[in-house]
Design a protein around this ligand. Structure first.
Ligand SMILES: Cc1ncc(COP(=O)(O)O)c(C=O)c1O
Length: 434
């Protein structure tokens, strides 16, 4: 099957996500047929370097032998069993390891990031009901935050293009000033700016804490907002403020977790432990859909009761799927065996170094956090993002800009020659798009 046949059939049968389908009249879909390492290959045999890890999930490359073998082995044993009333070894082992890594006691499972957000929000709300504070039912998040696109998650998301159409369906929440250091004043350090934003958070929480259930935040990087990065000091202050005023802190580490922000979990860089952590994306190395929420023992204990209505009556059919859990166990084993978090420091240093050539171009805010790299292109052209995207694809590179922000979130296995290709092709594609 060649590219053209497959893309025509796809347009007839598939409604693609996050897409105005009419745009495919002039922007062709790319039918992918196989993958290996950082590379994807289309149906005509052309290769593309996957610089966004297939929507930030594929941390150890395509066709990864360890993860593939683990799934195959599990496939011969138990493909699925419902998790209500039943359990199995992969889910138990995974929960034990995640508890050790996060310092949080129990893991509640789902399949996608947005479902993890829903679970954390519902659980926080329900916690306050169970502990006789039912008036604590409001949520706060950051300006420009992104927590997923189901209705509850969209309620705490602050990206107009995803949210405004559905405003009438959404639960209201309040947005706190974002500590993204691109918004700082001239001469103000990232830390000072973060502390100034934390002061606004404190002012709001001090006034509204009696009605607040939780503050949900993307630790260190607001990814969908265009890789807005901020100082860990904000997280530290947020933890203190939430402690002081008895408000839950939900860390949405769906995008930044599993080494992406430079440590296993981003909260580690602020030395804090959230009340809830939401995990997904890299958890299975990009092989199977899996998400989880871990919470403190205090939260767990508030649901442990003779009363059924005090229980968390929430479920998804594929919760804790054994195949997905076995992929996650293999992913976590790679972290351990290959000392991934430390190795990534070297890879990140190489990428940062090679990206210096991009400063010859009209760009600003060249920034990085762990294995996330971004900069903003100074251009007035409204068509820039589309033109750049098409140019880079033409040259065998998959990068999806967010407005004028170009970012790389490559699989951790990217090598030096591939980094050269990534940077040089980006440079070339920007030059052709200005
Ligand atoms: C921080 C954050 N939270 C939640 C989500 C939603 O995850 P999913 O797309 O798997 O529903 C995303 C997705 O990009 C994300 O970046």
């Amino acid at each position: 099957m060649k590219n053209k046949d497959l893309l025509n059939r796809s347009l007839q049968a598939v409604w693609h996500p996050c897409t105005q389908m009419k745009q495919h009249e002039h922007l062709p879909l790319v039918p992918m047929q196989s993958g290996d390492g950082v590379w994807l290959k289309d149906a005509d045999g052309k290769r593309y370097l996957d610089a966004v890890s297939s929507w930030w999930v594929n941390i150890f490359g395509h066709n990864n032998p360890c993860i593939k073998d683990a799934i195959k082995q599990q496939l011969d044993t138990l493909e699925h069993v419902m998790l209500a009333g039943f359990t199995h070894e992969p889910v138990v082992e995974l929960s034990e390891i995640l508890a050790e890594l996060t310092g949080l006691g129990h893991a509640f499972y789902a399949s996608d990031g947005a479902s993890a957000t829903e679970i954390a929000l519902k659980m926080s709300f329900h916690y306050w009901r169970n502990t006789d504070k039912p008036e604590k039912k409001q949520f706060i998040s950051l300006q420009n935050s992104y927590h997923g696109e189901t209705l509850g998650a969209l309620g705490v998301t602050d990206v107009a293009i995803f949210k405004d159409t559905y405003a009438a369906l959404l639960t209201q929440s309040a947005q706190m000033p974002s500590p993204d250091f691109r918004f700082s004043e001239n001469g103000e350090s990232a830390e000072d700016f973060a502390l100034r934003c934390a002061q606004s958070l404190e002012d709001y929480v001090a006034e509204h804490h009696h009605e607040l259930a939780a503050f949900i935040i993307e630790p260190l990087v607001q990814c969908a907002a265009g890789m807005g990065m901020y100082s860990p000091v904000y997280l530290k202050r947020a933890r203190e403020i939430c402690n002081q005023y008895d408000v839950h802190l939900i860390a949405d580490e769906i995008a930044v977790g599993f080494g992406r922000a430079g440590t296993m979990f981003a909260c580690e860089q602020a030395g804090i432990r959230p009340d809830f952590i939401c995990l997904s994306k890299g958890i299975t190395g990009g092989y199977l859909p899996l998400s989880t929420v871990l919470m403190t023992d205090d939260v767990y204990a508030a649901f442990y009761d003779d009363s059924t209505t005090k229980a968390f009556l929430h479920s998804h059919s594929y919760t804790g799927n054994p195949l997905a859990c076995s992929a996650a166990l293999a992913t976590l084993a790679i972290f351990e065996v290959d000392d991934v978090v430390n190795k990534n420091k070297q890879t990140a240093a190489t990428i940062n170094d090679k990206m210096k050539v991009l400063t010859d171009l009209p760009i600003k805010h060249l920034r990085s956090q762990g294995m996330m790299f971004a900069f903003d292109v100074k251009t007035e052209s409204a068509a820039f993002a589309n033109t750049f995207y098409q140019q880079s694809l033409e040259h065998g590179l998959l990068v999806r800009p967010i407005g004028n922000t170009i970012y790389f979130m490559p699989p951790y296995v990217i090598n030096e020659a591939e980094i050269d290709f990534l940077v040089q092709t980006t440079k070339l594609s920007i030059e052709a798009s200005l």
